[in-house]
Write a protein that binds this ligand. Structure first.
Ligand SMILES: [Zn+2]
Ligand SMILES: [Zn+2]
Length: 264
């Protein structure tokens, strides 16, 4: 038995926006810097773990995001039956990471204590802090708590051998990243601990933020957890699709393999 895993990034949605919208303090370049939306499949010898569950077409419409392919289609393209998935890891509870909440009827959901406390506590009294959350998503997670389908992590935890979660905070109070042992070393799925490569490279911060200091400290943590800088995968960067090879012929621009060496 090996604890090495394959990792797939599955793009499901897209949002065209100006570069200035991606950074506190804006950006001097008047160019588009779009976001892509992903879920990730972490595949071991006997099972697949899913990191984040995305949003559905109705939520995409409500939020003005372009749905490319529903999440379940991406999973099926990899031969993953959502109904058989037993483990979902939730990076944080923003609408684009924790929707589709009926897609995995057998799964237990791993999340940080702090994220559930944050999403159900006093900060949600403030409209400014509620913006990236959807109450139905939060209620769905509360229901999972009451049916024994939530598993709480506090800081650092091993999910299965070779896959661990690590609290980062910053962008959301209980945000966690995921470290995966692969054939090319330890790959770190940052999720929203780094939206774009540009955030990591320039030390700048995405505007939706609970705590700026934790965001920039988080960049260091991501790098420490990863085998190299090239092993950190940001959560919303279209460049991920360009840098990594397609999972299979025909899946170009949709699903890429992150345990393969990046191109160039
Ligand atoms: Zn987020
Ligand atoms: Zn996000």
């Amino acid at each position: 038995m090996t604890d090495q895993h394959e990792i797939y990034a599955i793009r499901y949605a897209h949002h065209d926006r100006k570069a200035a919208e991606n950074f506190i303090g804006g950006d001097p370049h008047d160019v588009l810097q779009p976001l892509d939306y992903y879920v990730w499949a972490i595949v071991g010898t006997s099972r697949a773990l899913i990191l984040d569950t995305g949003f559905d077409a109705a939520m995409g419409k409500k939020r003005g995001r372009e749905m490319i392919k529903p999440v379940h289609e991406g999973l099926r393209a990899l031969g993953i039956d959502p109904g058989a998935v037993e483990t979902v890891i939730v990076s944080h509870m923003h609408y684009d990471h924790v929707g589709n909440y009926d897609l995995f009827p057998r799964a237990r959901y791993h999340l940080q204590d702090l994220e559930m406390a944050y999403a159900t506590g006093r900060c949600m009294c403030h409209a400014a802090m509620r913006v990236p959350f959807e109450v139905e998503d939060v209620i769905a997670m509360v229901r999972k708590v009451f049916t024994g389908r939530a598993v709480f992590n506090d800081g650092e935890d091993e999910i299965v051998p070779g896959v661990s979660v690590h609290h980062i905070g910053g962008h959301s109070k209980g945000l966690q990243c995921v470290r995966v042992n692969t054939r090319r070393g330890h790959v770190v799925l940052a999720a929203d601990a780094a939206h774009l490569y540009a955030h990591l490279e320039s030390g700048r911060v995405f505007p939706i933020t609970y705590n700026v200091a934790e965001v920039v400290e988080g960049y260091e943590t991501l790098r420490k957890l990863a085998t190299s800088r090239e092993h950190v995968v940001p959560g919303h960067d279209p460049l991920v699709l360009a840098r990594y090879p397609a999972a299979k012929p025909g899946l170009e621009g949709w699903i890429v393999r992150l345990d393969a060496e990046a191109k160039g």
